[in-house]
Design a protein around this ligand. Structure first.
Ligand SMILES: *Cc1c(COP(=O)(O)O)cnc(C)c1O
Length: 358
């Protein structure tokens, strides 16, 4: 039976990425050696790293003055690397989920942190309104989480504020065009929309660095990784290779504009099915706050006890990974770039079939 992969992360990747990585595990770039056993200093791998950085910049239209680095530690280490490198006195944070909250907590070790707004009062099921006007103008940066993976909310536009932005884009990078020039740093884990697990990316404005007085440990200093072309220490070679395959696929499919178009088509189909359902309801009711990457829904109260039955029913029909995060409950279908629209159609059909039985 066909499996439809709705996992939130690590998550679905293009077949192109999986097939090419599998082949390179057996024979990497005609070397007769496996991707698993080649030196990261070999000219063949250096070419992979160089091309990955170049394509990353090309596809996101990264302006001059910015560098793309790949580092270990996931998005979670970026929560601390960002303030370590650019928080001088004061930073502002928007608390729209558990990841945002963790990022904010890390920053408190480095300076004053202003919480601009929070949606924690309602389990982060909305994006606070009017937050842009509340951002102080004397902060080093304003930190946002553009897509809240667990709760299914998303900022669909780059906010308009007078200070530089910093964004965690772990789960919506490459799903829409971004005005990079508004940001000092954009970072994320690769394992949601780009590559297998093992890597974080950061798009860094070079000018924003070097303005803090504190000593930055070598490995936590963005300049180390910029200067060494993300090869200061051994990078996760398989993950970088996987990222390159996804970027090549993305380019061939039409780039981030096309991904944005497809994301809307998929999200429209699924949200319409949820909104029109007798037994399901959405957890994010404000349409403009709804994520196009992680779509959350629960059973209506009178059908609450059918939750487990639906999960088993859907799983038996090949819908994999739709269990909601434990803090929200219910269901979450992640509709990342690589998820074909057919998978959304299949899920909608399963939901309708289940509904007709109850
Ligand atoms: C998954 C996720 C993280 C955590 O990523 P790690 O790479 O596991 O540290 C952080 N932020 C967001 C928005 C995420 O979706």
């Amino acid at each position: 039976m066909k499996k439809h992969n709705f996992y939130a992360g690590p998550s679905i990747l293009p077949q192109y990425t999986i097939k090419n990585t599998a082949e390179a595990v057996l024979d990497f770039a005609g070397t007769g050696l496996s991707l698993l056993e080649i030196s990261h200093r070999s000219k063949e791998f250096q070419a992979v790293m160089d091309e990955t950085q170049a394509l990353f910049k090309e596809l996101l239209d990264v302006p001059a003055g910015y560098e793309v680095v790949f580092v270990g530690g996931g998005a979670s280490l970026q929560f601390c690397m960002v303030p370590y490198n650019i928080l001088n006195k004061k930073a502002a944070y928007l608390k729209t989920g558990v990841w945002a909250k963790k990022a904010q907590k890390e920053a408190t070790a480095f300076g004053e942190v202003v919480e601009v707004a929070s949606s924690e009062d309602k389990t982060f099921c909305y994006i606070p309104k009017g937050f842009e006007a509340k951002v102080p103008t004397d902060v080093d940066y304003f930190h946002i989480t553009t897509n809240n993976t667990i709760y299914g909310t998303e900022l669909h536009k780059d906010p308009d504020v007078k200070v530089p932005l910093v964004a965690d884009m772990s789960s919506d990078i490459f799903s829409r065009p971004i005005d990079i020039s508004k940001y000092s740093i954009i970072y994320g884990g690769a394992q949601k929309n780009l590559a297998p697990a093992g890597l974080a990316f950061a798009i860094v404005k070079v000018d924003a660095l070097g303005k803090v007085d504190r000593h930055i440990p070598t490995m936590l200093d963005y300049r180390t990784h910029i200067e060494a072309g993300s090869m200061f220490n051994t990078p996760p070679c398989v993950t970088v290779f996987g990222a390159l395959q996804t970027l090549k696929w993305l380019k061939a499919e039409g780039g981030v504009k096309e991904m944005q178009r497809r994301a809307l088509v998929k999200a429209d189909k699924l949200y319409s099915a949820i909104d029109g359902s007798r037994i399901f309801r959405p957890t994010v009711t404000d349409h403009e706050d709804r994520s196009y990457m992680n779509i959350c829904f629960v059973m209506k109260d009178e059908y609450k006890d059918l939750e487990k039955e639906f999960l088993d029913f859907a799983t038996a029909q090949g819908m994999i990974g739709i269990k909601g995060h434990r803090s929200v409950g219910g269901f979450r279908a992640s509709t990342y770039n690589a998820l074909p629209v057919e998978s959304v159609d299949a899920l909608v059909a399963v939901m309708k079939e289940f509904e007709s039985k109850h």
